[in-house]
Design a protein around this ligand. Structure first.
Ligand code: ZN
Length: 57
């Protein structure tokens, strides 16, 4: 048996990471994200749309 399988958990984690990398450049250009960041004081905060995008829902 030389076939290595990623545990499903790891695969899901990698998918989330890939989505985060895709989403953040969009979020930086998003007015709603800018607003959310201003409100929370968290420079990595996201609007609902982009949060959904990251969580894939
Ligand atoms: Zn956004």
């Amino acid at each position: 048996m030389s076939q290595e399988k990623f545990p499903q958990e790891e695969v899901e984690k990698l998918k989330v990471l890939a989505r985060v990398e895709e989403t953040f450049p969009d979020a930086d250009a998003c007015a709603d994200c800018a607003e959310a960041r201003k409100k929370s004081g968290d420079p990595t905060d996201l609007c609902r749309t982009h949060l959904k995008q990251i969580y894939g829902i």
